[in-house]
Ligand binder design. Structure first.
Ligand SMILES: [Cu+2]
Length: 339
């Protein structure tokens, strides 16, 4: 069952239950419950990690079951890595809620060592929500998503850098109550992060390299878990589209200097807050542990049909994999430019 179908089925049940009792729209919204089990709803990672922002329902209560599991992931073309994950993918699943929603989290540790989860979108006592989850154990907590934005979620088990470099992060997008003020035709979620590796006897497998992490010498800097994946498989939009990018930087160490070659951001919302709007921006930094929302418009006469690379403009990092392509319309030929 597709994710949207699961959502609809649950929402319809909620509406029928509450609707017959004659509550107002607001009450109906707050009483409806969506449940997503990320053991069953898994983000597609082939041919690329699906960057599309999932739909959000109008249920006022949203429950997410997040399994922690070890998984072999592909961090570059043909390069395998033993990762630690939320939901079996790196990044973990995209969580999408609305400002004011009650967000219920249930994290189940199916791996073989202690982990925990830290939601930057939550205002909650760390000792209550962010406690260590032993193997086979679980933790549940609830928070109200009070601030709109693009937030990082990660494992905070010491050493935190190791748990993040192993892949334990995911984005949560909180829609602003009053909307963004513009209507996006396409919405994509991009998570930047680093991998620190060394070779093994098997040339298709690399392993974690703690020393290079401490020296901040990344082997790969990636968008959505795999070096350069959106070069061969660009994100596709139409001429005239307004495209919104939710960029979260999981680090663990580097800033992302997010830039779209051949375009100027129509709007940038630092922290993903519409009250922070900037206009006409070429490049904007996303700090490690932070998130920024970007909008670009691909009008016919300005950034029209063609190919537009998105990069971190810290180019040593782009050359290590933090580069992708936006394909606008159906250009006659792909670019031959090198980045
Ligand atoms: Cu962990």
């Amino acid at each position: 069952m597709k994710r949207t179908q699961v959502l609809s089925a649950l929402v319809i049940t909620g509406v029928l239950t509450v609707g017959v009792l004659g509550f107002t729209d607001n009450a109906i919204r707050s009483h409806k419950i969506d449940r997503i089990d990320f053991d069953k709803v898994v983000t597609a990672t082939t041919p690329v990690y699906d960057a599309t922002l999932p739909e959000v329902s109008d249920a006022g209560i949203k429950e997410f079951r997040i399994p922690i599991k070890n998984a072999v992931i592909e961090i570059a073309d043909g390069v395998k890595y033993q990762g630690w994950t939320f939901g079996g993918t790196v990044p973990g699943p995209i969580i999408h809620v609305r400002e004011g929603d009650h967000v219920r989290i249930n994290v189940v540790n199916e791996a073989d060592m202690p982990h925990f989860i830290d939601f930057h979108a939550a205002q909650i006592a760390a000792n209550v929500a962010y406690r260590m989850i032993l193997p086979k154990d679980s933790v549940s907590f609830e928070f109200i998503a009070r601030n709109p934005g693009a937030f990082m979620v990660h494992c905070g088990t010491p050493p935190v850098t190791m748990h993040i470099m192993q892949g334990m992060y995911l984005p949560i997008i909180v829609d602003p109550k009053g909307g963004w003020g513009t209507k996006a035709d396409k919405e994509f979620v991009i998570v930047q992060s680093e991998f620190y590796t060394r070779p093994t006897a098997d040339s298709t497998v690399v392993q974690a390299d703690w020393d290079s992490e401490r020296a901040k010498q990344a082997s790969y800097v990636v968008f959505n878990g795999r070096a350069g994946q959106y070069k061969a498989h660009p994100l596709k939009v139409a001429v005239g589209d307004r495209v919104r990018f939710y960029v979260v930087n999981a680090g663990p160490n580097f800033d992302s200097d997010f830039h779209l070659v051949g375009a100027i951001f129509d709007r940038v919302y630092p922290d993903g807050n519409p009250q922070h709007a900037l206009e006409g921006v070429q490049t904007y930094p996303v700090p490690a542990g932070g998130g920024v929302v970007f909008e670009a418009v691909f009008n016919k006469d300005a950034s029209g049909e063609g190919i537009y690379p998105f990069v971190t403009h810290s180019f040593a990092d782009a050359e290590k994999g933090a580069v992708g392509m936006i394909q606008v319309g159906t250009p006659k030929q792909f670019t031959t430019m090198s980045h």
